[in-house]
Ligand binder design. Sequence first.
Ligand code: ASP
Length: 325
Amino acid sequence: MVYPTLRSFNVLMLSIASYNGLNAAQCAVALMAQGVAPLDACVEGVTLVEDDPNELTVGYGGLPNEAGIVELDAAVMDGASHRGAGVAALRNVRHPSRVAQRLMEQTHRVLLVGEGALEFARTNGFVEENLLTERARRMWLYWKRHRSRHDDWRPAPEDELPPEDRDWLRAHLPGLAGTVHCSVLARSGDMACVTSTSGHAFKLTGRVGDSPILGAGLYVDNEVGSCGSIGHGEANLENLSSFLAVEFMRAGLSPKEAGLEVLRRVSKNAHHEQRDANGLPRINVHLFLLRKDGAHAGVCLHGQKHYAVADEHGARLEACTPLHS
Ligand code: ASP
């Protein structure tokens, strides 16, 4: 199928993001309106979320790994140059998306992990700090004390955590996770996207999810559109969900249909232990799709989820379409 060229579209300026990226999307649009390049605008937007200590799944304040250490994953992709880069299991630096952008701009490499990513960040003057907030440390310790009857730890008293943190932790375990994704479309027609996360809470040390992997946690093709994802990273790695979504849009599917088609694949490929008694996946994956002409959609495997949309008129949350209702 021949995809319409940019000239056939009346190009808008637009940003979409995961539900926790309303500010990121709004910031990105405001910066693009001032002439800031799409990727710079997108990274600046995501930086706001990385800085937020109350966002427990991204950047500073993100929940740590099993050992109590915050390890961050992020990637950026620039549509105009079709270049991207990611950093994974990065410690002590709160803005992994900025580090990924530097990697893309300064080197020929696409992925750095762990100590190498940190060394690269140091070389670039990024400030090192402890990313584990007191709130996140207490939630981690609570999890550690409650996870087993067969280790050295006694369960923590019920009032060890504020009730809202305790209830939130219980409601989301296992598989407690979250991420911010932001995709932008500039008036020039150029696109870019960024995904940033602290990954699954209490993950194995060194575990890397989909967020820093081009094609899994994000992907953009300047001729077609962009897609980013949050949710069960391993499912996106096994299905290359973001790449596939862009390819389905290239083949002519609408953003919503492209996203649902990817989720049908994810659902079909879900592992046995990831399914409920009815055979439906218990894991969730959300995809945020932005096409070159400004059409967009958010889809998820199940649940009543939302995604953020920002344009020159402001920012709002819109409903995601669930595959399994
Ligand atoms: N996709 C992220 C990861 O697997 C987590 C999430 O978005 O919920 O690391």
